[in-house]
Design a protein around this ligand. Structure first.
Ligand SMILES: Nc1ncnc2c1ncn2[C@@H]1O[C@H](COP(=O)(O)OP(=O)(O)OP(=O)(O)O)[C@@H](O)[C@H]1O
Length: 579
């Protein structure tokens, strides 16, 4: 948990100051039974009012100092723990932003959310507790022990028997309950995952009448969370009464021995009262330590889960210096050189020995059956993943030559599922390039054949789009998404099935405008629609992760049976006339 060092260094001084106030507070608590003994033995027993006043006032002063220290410590502990949690959440957010796709796949969305919220809160609660009570308890406990031994060494033997028993039960508590708290957090992840799944697919679930089925899945996860929490809490709460019982037995033993001592004239009543008080303070301290261990095991489990994310390395390496040796001067576009790749959980390679090139300003069409690896090509270009074998060159350099930011600045993608955010249409387009001015936005919308429909919206470019673009049709969303990609002025534009929801006429319109828009922009169009790719300089036909055929539209009509069949099928459908 080395990542916590940063926060320790940042807040160490304030933390230690809070502990100093806490120590004064503990000291004030410890003095009180001693004053009380003096009041009883020197004041009440001897009817000495002056002694009662003197020790009474001293006791009040010490209590007041303790109260001021407690207030200051409260202010500091609140401040430090909140700032610490804020920093931790912020850093975790930044770390998640920088995690490679393999890292995101590894954790999953649900657990990342829980780690950022619930786990951070647990660590914060523990840090706050440390400054409020957890450190005070051992101080008061040890102080009580010292004062008690000082007051009556013989009676202290009782403490020596009780204390190890209590320490033993606290250690057992920690050892037994720790694994359960880790499991509780994992179960919470599961509950979150079911909820996320439901919300993501809410429309489909309702249409298919599968709400009950989904509810059962949720119920199962929820039940597991409740069961595990119950077990973990039971274990924790079984130890509390055990500690309580042991200390109370100790108190009774002290009262019994004390009574015998008073009868024999070897002890004074005030000392017995003070001794019992110290014993109670020790009891309280040990109970707090026991609770603190409960909080500690939870916080430790949470801190480890946060640490797993914080310590996850970046798979991406920025190797500009190393890779200058690999420069390819023969191409200024995009080159896939014998690329083979599999996802972590796939046995067979998803791409095998894929080899193609497109020059700057050219258009590459990619087609092929479902799951043939078309979108995976895009994932590799954007470096969400790196190839297992082979090299991808962009503008003459292997991809790792560029920093991720630099690379992605030069590329724009229109994904299969357009993602719009709540805000105006204009804001959604400008999201692609915050420096884009009004004219650039309109120009991009015109190329994407979106200008016309946007102007017909109630407030034109200022019309509001709901989260996810709920108030727009699929085709409208796709066109705004294309405009957003264009305002980036990318060197490479990737359209991944980006016009699947627009009609053939609009599709043709967009393609012809794209050609005029930028002559030097390289373009990759992935599509099952032959019309969308037929004008490309080169088309590759993917099959089972391999390039089955490549060439121009005319060449493929003779060389690729798959391409020819798809072409004929789309012509026969009538709706997709190949022009
Ligand atoms: N993140 C992932 N993890 C594991 N396997 C994946 C992942 N993404 C895709 N795959 C698998 O890789 C294979 C190729 O998927 P890909 O999305 O590249 O196909 P595609 O040709 O684009 O398909 P489609 O036309 O349906 O979009 C599929 O078998 C798919 O299950």
């Amino acid at each position: 948990m080395l990542y916590l060092d940063v926060y320790w260094k940042k807040y160490r001084n304030k933390f230690l100051l809070a502990l100093l106030f806490l120590a004064f507070e503990a000291f004030a608590d410890l003095l009180q039974p001693a004053f009380m003994a003096k009041i009883v033995d020197q004041g009440i027993a001897r009817s000495n009012m002056a002694a009662i006043w003197r020790f009474g006032l001293l006791m009040l002063c010490v209590t007041a100092i303790g109260a001021v220290c407690a207030s200051l410590r409260n202010i500091l502990s609140g401040l430090v723990s909140q700032r610490f949690a804020q920093d931790l959440r912020q850093d975790l957010y930044l770390k998640i932003q920088k995690l490679p796709q393999t890292g995101i796949d590894h954790f999953g969305n649900a657990t990342l959310i829980i780690r950022m919220t619930n786990d951070v809160t647990r660590v914060q609660t523990f840090a706050n507790g440390l400054m409020r009570i957890m450190v005070k308890a051992p101080l008061v406990g040890i102080g009580s022990l010292i004062m008690a031994v000082h007051l009556n060494p013989r009676l202290s033997l009782v403490l020596l028997c009780v204390a190890p028993l209590i320490a033993l039960s606290i250690m057992m508590n920690m050892k037994i309950s720790y694994p359960y708290f880790r499991e509780v957090q994992q179960a919470l992840d599961q509950v979150n995952r079911s909820m996320q799944r439901y919300l993501a697919g809410i429309r489909v679930i309702r249409v298919f009448n599968r709400s009950e089925y989904e509810q059962k899945g949720f119920q199962k996860n929820n039940q597991r969370l409740a069961d595990l929490t119950a077990v973990a809490t039971k274990i924790g709460s079984a130890f509390g009464p055990l500690v309580n019982f042991t200390v109370n037995a100790g108190v009774i033993a002290i009262l019994w021995f004390g009574a015998v001592g008073v009868n024999q004239g070897t002890m004074r009543t005030g000392s017995i009262i003070a001794f019992t008080n110290y014993m109670m303070q020790l009891l309280f301290a040990l109970m707090v330590v026991n609770n603190a261990f409960n909080l500690f095991v939870r916080a430790k489990a949470s801190a480890e889960r946060i640490g797993e994310v914080m310590n996850r390395g970046s798979d991406h390496t920025f190797k500009r210096a190393m890779l200058t040796a690999h420069v390819r001067n023969d191409s200024n576009g995009l080159v896939f050189h014998k690329v083979t790749f599999s996802y972590k959980n796939t046995e067979q390679p998803v791409l095998s020995n894929v080899d193609f090139r497109i020059e700057a300003g050219e258009t590459l069409g990619v087609t092929g059956p479902i799951a043939s690896g078309k979108s995976t090509i895009v994932q590799l270009i954007l470096r969400f993943y790196d190839p297992d074998q082979g090299i991808i060159y962009f503008r003459g350099h292997p991809l790792p030559y560029y920093s991720l930011e630099e690379l992605r600045k030069r590329i724009a993608i229109v994904p299969q599922e357009p993602l719009l955010f709540s805000g105006s249409v204009k804001e959604n387009i400008r999201w692609g390039n915050e420096k884009a001015d009004e004219q650039a936005i309109i120009e991009a919308a015109c190329v994407a054949d979106a200008d016309d429909f946007i102007r017909h919206l109630p407030n034109g470019y200022n019309s509001l789009v709901g989260q996810g673009g709920v108030n727009l049709s699929g085709g409208q969303k796709q066109r705004i998404s294309i405009a957003r990609a264009l305002v980036r002025n990318p060197d490479l534009l990737i359209l991944d099935d980006a016009t699947s929801a627009v009609d053939a006429q609009t599709d043709r319109e967009i393609r012809s405008r794209l050609k005029e828009y930028s002559e030097c922009m390289t373009c990759i169009i992935i599509s099952q629609k032959i019309n969308s790719i037929k004008d490309a300089n080169r088309i590759i036909v993917m099959s089972n992760g391999m390039i089955e055929a490549s060439g121009t539209h005319q060449e493929l009509l003779t060389s690729s049976p798959f391409y020819r069949d798809v072409c004929e099928a789309q012509m026969m459908k009538g709706t997709e006339q190949i022009d």
